[in-house]
Design a protein around this ligand. Structure first.
Ligand code: SF4
Ligand code: SF4
Length: 678
């Protein structure tokens, strides 16, 4: 997974690809392809004009039946197959096997999965879960000859087995990465060369293509070919890109050579009509979302997947195989990283939230999720009763009881509560006048109930810089409602907060928060929850504290609160990656005199809001397994202090490293002789 991410990033940098512009272009091609049914009709007409035959398969069963009929008509007892995840979708191999016809996989990864009797675990690297030792043992047993666990030995053995099959096959089945309507051509991209044998040697070639993969023009196909290679493997070009328009007769073949195209619907037309799930049709199957997904990276595609694995596998599975097979949606921790990396800008987390909503409607909500969705009410009570509540909540017997009754893992450190909330403490304060402008500080739960000092420091900085600050009458940002699929509640909360914030924005206020998740909600999620101008206006005026003050940092006279010789290891929270990548917070610390280095794995720390507070493997244990790589990196980094902006990442790092974790605001002193910059 790490190598996939690194190769992709390196190729983007080396080629100087303008990623945002390329993303827009690919998205527009895919949106047109997925939404315009006339493109598939034009493609079918062009294939027929080239001498091919076209079959529109409404369902998986129809697709399998067509392949079966062709095999029977040609007396084929087996077929060779390459490059077709779509054939996995319709479970073609199983359907043919039930009728006595063998489908022989010829892509190495799929072949290994077939020998092992397992499903692919990744869209692009189906056998990534197997080691070469295991592969050698498996093939030794299957082929009845000793095979060494070296890639070259494995490849020689497989090649020797497959070559006669290509030559003997009457029927070859492939998928198609792209169909091109203007010429009736298909594009087949492979890195192994077997695709060309499957499409050219057997007398009959059947290509299976989802109707969303058909584009209008060659130029569109060229952009997609680039997008596939760069995003899937970090290659500039896939090794074999075959463009097939027609099959020519060959000498000594009196029956002629057949070309069939199956255009598969299997739920796609329904998805096309769905305002949320239609986005899934834009997927180019590059697998990049898998390479960045923190929980997929630990569990793999057999747990985090059905036939389609990984993040995009969730909406696909729910739509083409049914909700019952999409239970792995609950492995998604709503970190948002898959959306950020997707070359088509698909909002996968939003579709997953919808799948979770359908799932909890159908199967109910676990108690721990209900508890965490009541976090604001809980925080109010705990704060009212602090410090008693803190002593009570940290007592081991209480934690055992909480684990058993509420599903809150006893091993997880919980934040303590302040006796006086931020708003209560602000009542005693005289607000600054502010000549630079007006700021509404959005405290979210942590700065309101757990650490009001953090909120006070943020407000002090803003006032020193020349802003007048108020804390509006808002509730928390409500991320757990989205993470746990309660979108109706999330929408109500968002609408209420937006009414308050919208008025302030109209009065000229900027919205600022110290909590990355709150800013992520305001900017990225509220506009989905409450569609319209109001949410867009608030999103455009919402900022993280450090991002907001970055242009005026030079006016801030701050010194380090800790004298250190070494450097600060900085953790970038997932929700900040989509906003500012932690850069302004690091600049803030550097400005105060610290040396700062990001310490990171490129993915999540694992806690993911309240996910890592839940009891058991679908909570604390998975969260710590995800975090382990990051903990190792911090241990190896030699950093003297550790800082992060997120209140929950801070809990995870503290539990994983048993070290003090600081917020950047806790690491500075102001020159008290100096008033605000005014
Ligand atoms: S959802 Fe995006 S990142 Fe994931 S496979 Fe599809 S195109 Fe690639
Ligand atoms: S939001 Fe995060 S956890 Fe969820 S599927 Fe995407 S990458 Fe994985």
């Amino acid at each position: 997974m790490e190598r996939g991410r690194a190769n992709r990033a390196a190729t983007i940098q080396q080629t100087g690809l303008d990623l945002p512009a390329f993303r827009d272009r690919v998205r527009s091609i895919k949106e047109t392809a997925a939404q315009d049914p006339s493109i598939a009709d034009a493609f079918a007409e062009a294939v027929r004009a080239n001498g091919g035959r076209v079959f529109f398969a409404a369902t998986a069963r129809d697709g399998v039946r067509y392949v079966l009929d062709i095999c029977r008509a040609n007396g084929a007892e087996f077929l060779v197959k390459s490059k077709s995840l779509t054939s996995e979708e319709i479970e073609m191999n199983q359907g043919l096997a039930a009728e006595g016809i063998r489908a022989i996989e010829t892509d190495l990864g799929e072949l290994l999965c077939q020998v092992a009797g397992e499903k692919p675990s990744h869209l692009v690297f189906p056998a990534i879960h197997m080691t070469s030792d295991r592969i050698a043992r498996m093939l030794t047993q299957a082929y009845g000859e000793a095979i060494a666990p070296e890639p070259s030995s494995i490849l020689s053995a497989v090649r020797a087995r497959l070559r006669p099959q290509f030559l003997a096959a009457t029927v070859g089945v492939t998928g198609a990465n792209i169909g091109i309507a203007e010429t009736g051509s298909i594009v087949v991209e492979t890195n192994e060369g077997n695709g060309r044998l499957v499409t050219s040697v057997p007398r009959v070639h059947i290509a299976l293509i989802g109707l969303e993969k058909i584009v209008r023009r060659w130029e569109d196909a060229a952009d997609l070919v680039r997008g596939h290679a760069i995003s899937a493997t970090g290659q500039r070009m896939t090794v074999y890109v075959s463009l097939i328009s027609q099959r020519q007769s060959v000498a000594g073949d009196p029956m002629g050579r057949e070309f069939h195209v199956i255009i598969l619907d299997n739920g796609r037309t329904r998805m096309r009509a769905d305002p949320v799930f239609r986005e899934a049709l834009n997927c180019i199957r590059c697998g990049a979302c898998m390479n960045v997904c923190p929980t997929y990276g630990v569990t793999g595609g057999h747990v985090f997947g059905h036939i389609y694995p990984g993040p995009i596998g969730i909406p696909w599975t729910a739509n083409v195989h049914g909700l019952e097979d999409a239970g792995f949606a609950h492995l998604c921790v709503s970190c948002g990283l898959c959306h950020e990396i997707c070359p088509v800008d698909i909002d996968i987390p939003w579709m997953i939230a919808k799948v979770k909503e359908q799932d909890v409607d159908a199967h109910g909500q676990p108690i721990a999720e209900r508890f965490f969705m009541a976090s604001e009410a809980f925080a109010k009570i705990a704060s009212l009763t602090a410090p008693f509540a803190n002593g009570f909540l940290s007592h081991p017997a209480v934690r055992v009881a909480m684990e058993k009754t509420l599903g809150v893992d006893r091993r997880r450190t919980l934040p303590s509560f302040a006796g006086r909330t931020l708003r209560q403490r602000l009542r005693l304060r005289t607000p600054g006048s502010g000549h630079l402008g007006r700021v509404a500080f959005f405290p979210d739960l942590y700065a309101e109930y757990n650490n009001p000092n953090l909120g006070l420091k943020a407000i002090e900085i803003l006032e020193r810089l020349g802003y007048s600050v108020r804390v509006p009458d808002v509730q928390w940002s409500g991320m757990p409602y989205v993470s746990y699929g309660r979108l109706e509640k999330a929408s109500k909360l968002a609408a209420r907060n937006l009414r308050v914030l919208g008025r302030l924005v109209e009065e000229g206020y900027a919205i600022v928060s110290t909590e990355p998740t709150a800013v992520y909600m305001l900017r990225k999620v509220y506009p989905k929850l409450v569609v319209g101008d109001l949410a867009e206006k608030v999103a455009a005026r919402s900022h993280g504290l450090f991002e907001f003050i970055e242009p005026r940092l030079s006016a801030l006279q701050a010194t380090p609160a800790r004298e250190i010789d070494g450097f600060v290891g900085f953790h970038i929270p997932c929700h900040d990656r989509a906003l500012s990548s932690g850069i302004p917070a690091m600049h803030f610390l550097e400005r105060a005199g610290y040396r700062v280095r990001p310490v990171e794995t490129g993915t999540c720390c694992g806690i993911a809001g309240t996910f890592g507070m839940k009891e058991g493997w679908l909570g604390y244990e998975l969260s710590m397994a995800v975090g382990e790589k990051l903990f190792e990196q911090f241990r190896a980094s030699g950093c003297e202090l550790i800082a992060t902006e997120s209140s929950v990442c801070s809990l995870q790092l503290r539990d994983g490293l048993s070290r003090e974790i600081l917020h950047p605001l806790d690491m500075i002193h102001f020159d008290s002789s100096r008033p605000s910059s005014s």
